[in-house]
Design a binder for this molecule. Structure first.
Ligand code: FAD
Length: 309
């Protein structure tokens, strides 16, 4: 059995694996796709000490760093069930391949994915104007015109954030009102360079073949189609944690995030979690890496306190 079994091979999982392996304990990583969301990222400019890199390059460096240690990396394997430890003290992780892994502690770092619009042009222009993370990509649109899709807290926060960087922000909301907290809405409406459009169903992302140059929406009251000229759009209609397989096993927030305390402990003793799949705010690489390190150190603290057999 493993001492620490990490489920998920993104930045959080890679950091957890390295920190665990450096304690000289038996460490494994099982990942559906080693590298995680980083593999889908074009430019990364906010991983401290690396002024500029590309996702696949950072993912390759993470993998190389993990493999410099004695870590059993099981890539292209999907976990589908966690069975908490019984009398033998071993947690079990069942894989969709039918195999099963046992471990004295587990770090869950299965990440999350952005909910997409599902409209024409969205896939084609991903990373070419279609963005999901204002902290990551906002500065790329300095002085340009952008839209934010979604009038919940994340959408309104993104619009306020972007309004300080870009020339103009159009916020589109599907419903008849914004759902964000009143104080955020008041702040938004105080900004001179933001337009809010409600009843707006985004129907297409437009581009010139290379990058985004507009979007098309339907006014749900009149049925009329309108276009907005812009260089970028930020889709803020939800972040979905990859935790469906854990429902009913441990405590999840109402958004499906694994509830963790400041030590990365979950509701199951010996099971820790880190990164985008948890309740820790701000889903960023640098944060996932720090949380992964923390979860592994907490797992080690847990292991050294287990009764001697
Ligand atoms: P993830 O990176 O999501 O990794 C999750 C891992 O778990 C993957 O290996 C996945 O295959 C695996 N997994 C999931 N379910 C299972 C399962 N059931 N069984 C086994 N394995 C499973 N952040 C920045 O800081 N800067 C940026 O510039 C930036 N740009 C971004 C651009 C895009 C397009 C996207 C999508 C995200 C961007 N982010 C950026 C966010 C950043 O990528 C994430 O915050 C970070 O990757 C989270 O790391 P993680 O390890 O928690 O999860």
């Amino acid at each position: 059995a493993f001492d620490v079994l990490v489920v998920g091979g993104g930045p959080a999982g890679a950091a957890a694996a390295i920190y665990a392996a450096r304690k000289g304990i038996r460490t494994g990583v099982v990942a559906e796709r080693f590298g995680g969301q980083v593999l889908d990222t074009a430019g990364i400019e906010n991983f401290i000490s690396v002024p500029e890199t590309e996702g696949p390059r950072l993912a390759a460096a993470m993998e190389q760093h993990v493999k410099a240690y004695e870590v059993d990396v099981m890539n292209l394997q999907r976990a589908e069930q966690l069975i908490p430890a019984g009398a033998d003290g071993l947690h079990e992780v069942r894989l969709s391949s039918g195999a099963s892994l046992k471990a004295r502690s587990v770090v869950l770092s299965t990440g999350a994915r952005w909910r997409e619009l599902g409209v024409p042009g969205e896939q084609q222009y991903k990373g070419k104007g279609v963005c999901f993370c204002p902290h990551c990509d906002g500065p790329l649109f300095k002085g340009q015109r952008v839209a934010v899709i979604g009038g919940g807290n994340s959408g309104v926060e993104a619009a306020i954030d972007l309004a300080g960087i870009v020339a103009h922000v159009t916020l589109l909301e599907f419903a008849d009102t914004l759902r964000a907290d009143a104080v955020l809405q008041a702040r938004l409406r105080s900004l001179p360079n933001v337009t809010v459009i409600t009843h707006a169903q985004t129907s297409a992302v437009l581009g010139d073949g290379q990058k985004v140059n507009g979007l098309e929406y339907t006014d749900r009251r009149s049925g009329q189609t309108h276009t907005v000229a812009l260089q970028g759009l930020f889709v803020q209609i939800g972040l979905l944690p990859n935790t469906d397989w854990l429902k009913g096993t441990l405590s999840l927030s109402r958004h499906g995030e694994i509830e963790v305390n400041p030590r990365g402990e979950t509701s199951i003793p010996g099971v820790f979690a880190a990164g985008d799949c948890t309740t820790v705010p701000y889903k960023q690489i640098v944060i996932a890496v720090g949380e992964g390190a923390k979860a592994a150190l907490s797992a080690f603290d847990h292991l050294i306190r287990l009764p001697v057999d």
